[in-house]
Design a protein around this ligand. Structure first.
Ligand SMILES: C[S@@+](CC[C@H](N)C(=O)[O-])C[C@H]1O[C@@H](n2cnc3c(N)ncnc32)[C@H](O)[C@@H]1O
Length: 366
């Protein structure tokens, strides 16, 4: 298994002393409480207040400004000292924001993950054990009777949708600029966006290239959402829809002529390995010598920073308990094996786009 240097250092040698390891074990044991306390320190505005006061604030001042009882502020602050999001000056008893508190409050990716874990994952994660044993997303029942979260996306409660799309868009949006340059460096008149979701990428493509025609292949209910969101936007007349359920192995890719580019962004991680192989085989069937398949994924092994890998390997469990029960964030070698088993080969691999995406450019095996 190949790992980038930051991961190699951390994952192949024990990094902690015995005391640190004991503390880490307790941190895990109290994980749900650490999460809730920290989320509420953000939600109640306590971290925000502390950021704004260089001299710090006393417990009484915080209680007054937040409208919470002194008891409530005290238990949150004392726990946050141990969690490491606040510091205290013992002589003045004034609390200040720590570095971790600052990141929790201001780091965009952390905030997106916090909301995603609270609104989408938290309650369903209680059924992770069942999901792992049965290979189905038992935690999804908390939201509805669907087999996968994608079938129910358009019906999820509003705040859950906001956090789901916030999470999804946050990662892909940050890579679109570089991705456009990668794709349009080759002549691209027709592009198939598989799992095009709300049409954000398609809108970027038609804005970037005044000639390109984009077809979005997605579940029919998702296409309705896409049409609502792209309606009347410049270039939307060049965005077309192909409603399909690609989990059905008998469903072909569109056969209405040749595509120069097939784009799959954060799409294949929605499927198990056998399903991916089947999808890639069907993609290969409509590819010519000049078609390129672009797979944009956050591969956990190709991250420059270990913190990014931590986010990805933990996000895998969202797929287990909530999304579909059998998919994950993949290692790039696993994806490459699947690409090759579908009669394709990897031509180039672009790394470190946006918040840690890679683009695997694939062509038909020569
Ligand atoms: C994680 S989203 C990725 C969205 C977008 N490509 C991006 O990068 O932000 C996955 C997309 O795949 C679609 N999808 C999931 N299962 C599908 C299936 N069985 N057939 C067709 N599309 C599917 C979902 O509806 C959703 O739009």
């Amino acid at each position: 298994m190949k790992l980038f240097p930051a991961l190699e250092k951390r994952y192949t040698r024990e990094p902690l002393t015995a005391r640190e390891a004991q503390r880490q074990a307790q941190f895990i044991a109290f994980g749900p409480i650490v999460f809730e306390v920290s989320r509420l320190m953000v939600k109640f505005g306590i971290l925000d207040l502390l950021r704004d006061r260089d001299a710090g604030m006393t417990l009484e001042e915080l209680a007054r400004e937040t409208g919470l009882s002194e008891y409530a502020v005290r238990v949150l602050l004392e726990a946050s000292l141990s969690i490491g999001t606040v510091l205290v000056d013992p002589s003045s008893e004034r609390f200040t924001l720590s570095k971790t508190g600052w990141f929790l409050l201001t780091d965009a990716s952390t905030r997106v993950n916090l909301d995603f874990n609270h609104d989408v994952n938290y309650e369903g994660m209680f059924r992770l054990e069942e999901s792992l044993r049965e290979g189905r997303p038992a935690g999804l029942e908390h939201f509805g009777p669907w087999k996968t979260v994608y079938e129910g996306l358009s019906q999820l409660p509003e705040e859950v949708q906001r956090s789901w799309f916030g999470f999804d868009h946050f990662y892909s949006d940050h890579s679109f600029d570089e991705a456009l340059r990668v794709i349009f460096s080759r002549p691209t008149h027709r592009l198939l966006d598989v799992g095009g979701n709300t049409g954000r990428w398609a809108l970027r493509c038609v804005a970037y290239d005044p000639q390109v025609e984009v077809t979005i292949a997605d579940l029919p209910q998702q296409l309705e959402m896409m049409r609502r969101q792209t309606a009347a936007k410049p270039g939307s007349d060049r965005i077309h829809g192909y409603g399909c359920n690609l989990l059905d192995a008998a469903t072909p890719f569109p056969t209405d002529g040749t595509y120069d580019a097939i784009w799959m962004s954060q799409f294949l991680d929605c499927f198990g390995e056998e399903e991916i192989r089947s999808i890639l085989e069907r993609a290969a069937r409509i590819m010519t010598e000049t078609t390129r398949l672009y797979i944009m994924e956050t591969f956990w092994d190709r991250q420059k920073y270990e913190t990014a890998t931590l986010c990805l390997t933990l996000t895998s469990l969202y797929f287990t308990a909530i999304a579909n029960g059998n998919s994950k964030m993949y290692h790039s070698e696993a994806m490459q094996r699947l690409v090759e088993s579908a009669g394709l080969e990897v031509e180039t691999l672009h790394d470190s786009l946006g918040w840690g995406h890679s683009i695997m450019v694939c062509r038909k095996k020569q």
